[in-house]
Design a protein around this ligand. Sequence first.
Ligand code: BGC
Length: 271
Amino acid sequence: MAEAANTRDLAGRVALVTGGDSGIGAAITRELAGRGAHVVINWHSEEGPAEALAREVARGGAEALAVGGDVSDEDDANRLVAETVARFGRIDILVANAGIQIDAPALELEAKDWRKVLDVNLTGQFLVAKAAARQFVEQGVNENRRSAGVIVCMSSVHDVVPWAGHVNYAAAKGGVDMLMKTLAQELGRHRIRVVGIAPGAIKTDINREAWSDEERASQLRELIPYGRIGEVEDVAKPVAWLCSDEADYVTGTTLYVDGGMTLYPGFIGNG
Ligand code: BGC
């Protein structure tokens, strides 16, 4: 069970977390709510877990709403933001977290699976960021807030680390880096911050086969100088900080939360 947040620095803020019902997204939902934010939990495939999480978060005192929708569909992306505003009157934070993997060697990867991953992981982030940013511009900078809004783009170490067998995923995450930077450059004048967070190997369902048996887990740890596989809370807490006013001068950059995976661990004792 996650440790409770020890600060209410997001009290009264309204956040939308895409894919907020599972894995890293669910931990982000809990962390933002624990710090006082109202959270809209977007789900895609199954309503049950999102509703259960909304009830859990509500027991802790935060207000939460579960909303279904596919971020790669423009009408859905717009509706997610519209339903957030309809329920809470505004939006302050978007965590563009929803993402998928469909893995295959490049020579066997089908065009439809290339497109699907690019659609969800890259185009989906753009569509929901655009919808949120339009709302941020309309709202402007309100009382008790330093920015008009914050967008956190869920990236990965694979925005810089090539990943054989996952070319669609790595290409999408590489794209997320320039999406994030370009939006930060373009939207700064509206006092909108756009940042990236790049997790390494975090224990979730998406990579269960890489850590669930001890032999694979120990191979995976070889890639992590810090020597442990990450937990979802390792990512959720820095995300909450990035969303807070303490990070008000942080924009257009990515925070790597990876136990050192991006430090070329293959060079330890080699080269
Ligand atoms: C992927 C995981 C992988 C990790 C490190 C993440 O972005 O979703 O499947 O374990 O990168 O390679």
